[in-house]
Ligand binder design. Structure first.
Ligand SMILES: *Cc1c(COP(=O)(O)O)cnc(C)c1O
Length: 459
């Protein structure tokens, strides 16, 4: 008999205490931080679900690699190990380290971007969009229709709308589209996976018009595991083989190692085009560093290389995807509305359905985020009208399309009892939902206001 319980595929060698606070203390802390969890000191948080980026726990082998790191300025042994591992997964010819994902994006779009150009994607992540727009180009999201409906359960809600892509290329002209991207998994669309068939079909369209296809590969291993579990023909393939096939349809990739490389800092650009790789390396030297360290220490390159070996382990991925799914299942069973099915790295609570009586201009997502902190010291993040709201010319709020609260799950950090505690806290907030109040903004910066905004509860 195969046991039903999927256990953490590791034992714990080093622990980091978390600090307990009382509800009274949290009331003061929350008020002092202007009811904005971004401004709470991490030490005052019990369970921190702000992001899965750069928050992974490293393994003993990664820490050993940190000691082994070769800090030579040029030609470091750690670079060659890093390069070999990245090549084994991506099969790409030119591997360029960067200090994180957005640095790879900045270099790439500084070279291929510029005014009058267009970059389609299933959904651009915000730094990708920002780097494209900063170069003067336009970033375009062409997500398939099912991906836009939180309540529909489907296997691959991250898929590109291939028909729309082809129509878009015909409309704008292939010569104005330097490359097309697919983000795996689709972070901004709820961490939903993209199928192999969709990557293949996107590649066919790109090939027909001579447009290179790039993967935004931050969560390539989680995506590979979803393909293994959900797509016909992949059940008996290893996550590594599936990842290799995913990359085989791409001409390049950008990567934030802070996600699926299980490290706290790092990234890379992987390319097949020699001329483009040369241009990227030249710019890298100006902005990041010599091509064999790219803004990282040798020890960081060792940790990334080892993390990439560990992340494609099937037991790790089974545990990872299952632990997020477990949280989602429990929340659904008690009636909490979430984006379904759960994605790879986070659960998204649908604040509109959770708090139907709080209108967008009183920020229902912010209300839930504050209550989770007060109730249990849990830190989540609003992804709704606080983050994406805009104003019309009369100063009236134009709300975001969705009002969400993201619970991002750091990799290998929390155990099942942390998750069970979290479920109890969310259930308590949900049971008390009729007493929750909205918020107004008392201070906001002109750009990216969610990071520093101050709020006031509407009592
Ligand atoms: C995190 C992320 C990035 C940017 O990476 P950083 O390391 O944070 O700069 C780009 N794309 C996606 C899909 C991401 O999740």
């Amino acid at each position: 008999m195969k046991p039903k319980t999927i256990i953490e595929p590791f034992k714990i060698k080093s622990v980091e205490p978390i600090r307990f606070t009382t509800r009274e203390e949290r009331e003061i802390i929350l008020k002092d931080s202007g009811y904005n969890p971004f401004l709470i000191h991490a030490d005052d948080v019990l369970i921190d679900l702000l992001t899965d980026s750069g928050t992974s726990a490293m393994s003993a082998k990664q820490w050993a690699g940190i000691m082994e790191g070769d800090e030579s300025y040029a030609g470091s042994k750690s670079f060659y190990r890093f390069e070999a591992v990245v090549k084994s997964i991506t099969q790409m010819k030119y591997i360029i380290p960067t200090h994180q994902g957005r640095a790879a994006e900045k270099i790439l779009f500084s070279i291929v971007g510029g005014p009058g150009k267009y970059f389609p994607n299933n959904t651009h992540f915000d730094t990708t969009r920002a780097n494209i727009e900063f170069s003067g180009s336009e970033a375009v999201d062409l997500l398939n229709e099912t991906g836009k409906h939180p309540e529909i359960r489907a296997d691959f809600k991250g898929n590109m709308d291939v028909e729309k892509l082809e129509a878009f290329i015909k409309e704008k002209g292939a010569e104005n589209i330097p490359l097309c991207m697919i983000t795996v998994t689709n972070n901004s669309g709820g961490g939903q996976p993209v199928s192999m068939q969709n990557i293949r079909e996107t590649k066919e369209v790109c090939k027909k018009y001579g447009i290179p296809l790039f993967l935004d590969a931050c969560r390539f291993a989680e995506n590979a595991y979803f393909i293994k579990k959900r797509e016909k023909g992949y059940a008996n393939k290893s996550p590594l083989e599936i990842a290799q096939e995913m990359f085989s349809y791409a001409d390049g990739a950008t990567m934030s190692a802070k996600k699926d490389a299980l490290v706290n800092i790092g990234g890379f650009l992987a390319l097949n085009d020699e001329d483009l790789a040369m241009k990227c390396r030249n710019l890298l030297i100006v902005t990041e560093g010599f091509p064999t360290y790219g803004g990282l220490a040798g020890r960081d390159l060792e940790a990334v290389a080892q993390g990439l070996v560990e992340v494609v382990d099937e037991h790790y991925l089974e545990y990872r995807i299952r632990s997020v799914e477990y949280l989602g299942e429990k929340l659904v069973s008690i009636g909490v509305p979430i984006i379904e099915p759960p994605g790879g790295h986070a659960i998204y609570i649908d604040a509109k359905r959770f708090l139907p009586n709080i209108p967008p201009e009183h920020y229902p997502g912010q209300s839930i985020v504050c209550e989770l902190y007060l109730e249990g010291g849990v830190r989540a993040v609003e992804i709704g009208s606080v983050m994406f709201g805009k104003y019309d010319k009369n100063g009236k709020l134009i709300p975001a399309i969705m009002e969400l609260v993201r619970l991002a799950i750091p990799r290998r950090v929390y155990t099942q009892s942390h998750v069970d505690y979290l479920i109890e806290i969310i259930a308590e907030v949900y049971n008390n939902r009729n007493n929750l109040k909205g918020y107004t903004i008392t201070y906001e910066a002109p750009m990216l206001r969610h990071f520093t905004a101050q709020f006031k509860p509407l009592y």
